[in-house]
Design a protein around this ligand. Structure first.
Ligand code: ZN
Ligand code: ZN
Length: 411
């Protein structure tokens, strides 16, 4: 099969199984200019499916870096109102939102971390309303990745000019685009993840205990927490996959019930910089101490985004034998690395991860232990040495994970 045909299959998958675009619906695509060929294939296929209109927001890493280097501080700290209104308008229109990610993990290396965090903070604040549409599944949305040269060379440092094609091969394989019928393969995969989440939902664990080298962490789960994984249902009842790939089942922690220490197991690409070999120490849900061998300033600015950035909003379980993990690669890209590893997220929790959460106001969410923040950043802490125990309602303990893989029957 030619490369162009593979890209068409990928576009089809993103539209039909990712955002699940409906006839007469608007499609909004966030697309880096490096992904122009793919974005145009997406637009063409979307019109064939019956899209009302396709709006593409082009982004450009090179221009972004120039902006960070040159814009005045007050420009960095303000998101223009038209931009906020534009996204709110798309949401009100009931548009499907497809984000194509193609990030250079070192894009903002050397830029003052205060400038980056000022801009991230402003964007987080400005997009508060729009984020409710995605994080409460009020619209269908999906994230897929497309290689670029800098990213590919980071993953395959000794492959030279072949790096981009190597990365495409991995993406096609991991997203099942290389299979005869990728959509059928995804339906099967969603069913497998649904089984795992159902087993965990039946248990109603009160607490999870994580143990691994550098990690000794207790996480309380709020009453009514819901394990999710695989496809989601939008408010209108449309089934969609928010991340491609996805290998996780996840829920939320009690924002006040996290104690102990956790160590990262993969580098975290955040805000155009890498944070590597870091640890966080929690007391009553809050980060009270942290270390990092690389990127400590970036970690510090992340934790200082707001009060909620120092608390957890997601706990996700991914077996060490997951296909992405078995590739043995470090992707320096959270969409890929988080699906190769158990992870936690600092910042906002998905309100739909607790019973009735999508309709709770901020106070009710807080009382139920649901974290709120202008940020949500996954970081990887799973490995082949991770054990997880679950404490049941009657106080007994059950092994969930041993040596990085399921110890309970999730089939
Ligand atoms: Zn996750
Ligand atoms: Zn997450």
């Amino acid at each position: 099969m030619s490369k162009q045909e593979m890209l068409q299959k990928y576009a089809e998958l993103a539209l039909k199984r990712g955002v699940n675009l409906q006839e007469n619906q608007m499609l909004v695509v966030n697309a880096p200019v490096e992904s122009a060929n793919f974005a145009r294939l997406v637009a063409k296929r979307a019109y064939e499916i019956g899209a009302k209109t396709v709006h593409i927001n082009w982004t450009d890493d090179t221009l972004d870096r120039l902006w960070y280097e040159n814009a005045a501080q007050d420009v960095l700290e303000n998101v223009p109102e038209w931009r906020v209104k534009m996204f709110d308008h798309f949401a009100q229109e009931g548009a499907a939102l497809l984000s194509i990610r193609s990030t250079n993990p070192d894009l903002l290396k050397g830029i003052d971390s205060d400038r980056i965090s000022a801009s991230n903070k402003a964007a987080g604040e400005a997009m508060k309303n729009f984020r409710k549409y995605t994080m409460n599944d009020k619209i269908t949305w999906s994230i897929v990745a497309v290689p670029n040269e800098e990213w590919a060379k980071k993953v395959f440092p000794d492959k030279g000019e072949e790096a981009v094609e190597k990365l495409w091969d991995q993406i096609f394989k991991i997203t099942r685009v290389d299979q005869d019928d990728p959509i059928a393969a995804w339906n099967e995969h969603n069913a497998t993840l649904a089984k795992a989440r159902n087993v965990l939902n039946d248990r109603k664990f009160k607490k999870l205990i994580y143990k691994a080298p550098g990690t000794d962490l207790e996480i309380e789960l709020p009453e009514g927490h819901i394990w999710k994984g695989g496809s989601s249902l939008s408010e209108q009842g449309t089934e969609f996959n928010a991340n491609m790939p996805t290998e996780e089942v996840f829920t939320l922690p009690d924002k006040y019930g996290v104690n102990g220490k956790v160590s990262s197991t993969k580098p975290l690409s955040y805000g155009g910089n890498l944070i590597n070999n870091f640890s966080l120490t929690f007391k009553d849900g809050e980060v009270v101490d942290y270390t990092a061998e690389e990127g400590i300033e970036t970690l510090k600015s992340l934790l200082n985004m707001d009060e909620g950035a120092r608390r957890l909003g997601e706990i996700a379980i991914v077996p060490h034998e997951s296909p992405i993990s078995q590739s043995g690669l470090i992707f320096f890209n959270t969409l890929y690395d988080e699906n190769a590893s158990c992870h936690l997220a600092l910042g906002k929790a998905y309100p739909s991860s607790i019973k009735g959460g999508a309709n709770m106001d901020d106070d009710a969410l807080d009382q139920n232990g649901v974290n709120n923040s202008i940020t949500h950043v996954d970081f990887m802490m799973g490995s082949g040495e991770l054990d997880i125990d679950g404490v049941l309602e009657d106080g007994t303990t059950e092994a969930i994970f041993r040596n990085g893989n399921w110890a309970i029957d999730v089939n």
